[in-house]
Design a protein around this ligand. Structure first.
Ligand SMILES: Nc1ncnc2c1ncn2[C@@H]1O[C@H](COP(=O)(O)OP(=O)(O)O)[C@@H](O)[C@H]1O
Ligand SMILES: [Mg+2]
Length: 247
């Protein structure tokens, strides 16, 4: 079966720094792939190159077998790819529901159709469903800026799912989130994966979260893949232990 995402020999340099160094991997349909690695190992840069936010220095990216290297983020959205950011991209002055509607609009149509379309672009229903799914009902009309950090992360994840994407890349969704929120986030991601068949790639620094969520894990250190396998294998791989202890 053609992988949903194929990354081939991807490389990104910043001046003299090699942030991503000849990275290749596949993501299969319905999979939850984890990408872990110490700080500065190139995880976010890898995502940004895949998603067209950064131009890779070399290498290729394929979506369902079709080359999409250097495709703009908005065009990737239209192809069913969505993402969350390590630093939150919510609008603090808008309510939870308004943030979700805005996220849905971002994936929808041209600027003109957004300007002349219905004010909510028919997205209130979808936003309400997402609110229910992520159990944010009691917060729907609260300003996003007033939410706890964990609740904001949950909203950020919900926003990534507004357009019903087939592939979602999540950059450190668990970062700074407390234990209760973590469980809730993990459970919701699992449910979306199971119920909608969405494929995930999750960057995460929190080993426990990744081990519990992902079916397969790729480990980066200094821009290179040093290990790949199921969570149990990766956990006891000496190279992985060394990479983490060395930092
Ligand atoms: N825009 C940039 N300009 C220069 N160096 C960068 C830039 N972005 C990332 N880097 C460097 O690339 C390396 C990988 O960073 P990053 O991808 O953010 O790692 P991670 O997400 O794994 O913490 C680091 O050495 C970082 O300093
Ligand atoms: Mg990062």
């Amino acid at each position: 079966m053609t992988p949903v995402l194929e990354v081939r020999n991807l490389r990104k340099t910043f001046g003299g720094i090699v942030a991503v160094d000849d990275v290749s991997f596949n993501v299969n349909d319905g999979e939850i792939l984890g990408i872990i690695g110490p700080n500065g190992s190139g995880k976010s840069t890898l995502f940004n190159c895949i998603l067209g936010q950064l131009q890779p220095s070399a290498g290729e990216v394929f979506l369902h077998g079709k080359a999409v290297t250097r495709t703009r983020p908005c065009d990737l959205n239209r192809l069913g790819v969505s993402r969350t950011f390590q630093l939150l991209q919510i609008f603090p002055q808008l309510t939870v529901r308004e943030n979700l509607i805005l996220a849905g609009q971002e994936h929808q149509g041209t600027m003109l159709s957004r300007l002349f379309g219905r004010r909510d672009a028919g997205l209130t229903g979808a936003a309400n469903q997402m609110i229910e799914f992520f159990r944010l009902g009691h917060l729907a009309d609260e300003k996003a800026g007033g939410l706890s950090y964990g609740q904001q992360k949950l909203l950020d994840a919900a926003m990534a799912f507004m357009a019903g994407p087939r592939l979602v890349l999540l950059d450190e969704p668990a970062g700074g989130v407390n234990l209760t929120m973590l469980q809730s986030l993990r459970e919701r991601l699992r449910a979306i994966n199971a119920e909608q068949g969405a494929t995930f790639v999750v960057i995460e620094h929190n080993m426990e979260f990744v081990m519990a969520l992902c079916t397969r894990i790729v480990v980066l250190a200094e821009g290179r893949i040093i290990a790949e396998g199921d969570p149990a294998d990766v956990r006891r791989n000496p190279k992985v232990i060394e990479a983490y202890l060395g930092h």
